[in-house]
Design a protein around this ligand. Sequence first.
Ligand SMILES: [Zn+2]
Length: 54
Amino acid sequence: MTERVTGPELLDRLDGDTCTRESCSGRLERRPYKDTRAVVCADCSTPVFRVWNP
Ligand SMILES: [Zn+2]
């Protein structure tokens, strides 16, 4: 059985995670980024994941 993970599911999974940058220990939060839904670090504002399709 193949697991298919949709963009919105990934947003849920990544929300509250720790930033992917080694030099940063910020928390990821869901936030619109340049008109797309995204998960962005609250500390350094790095977009970790973006959903392009509605
Ligand atoms: Zn960060």
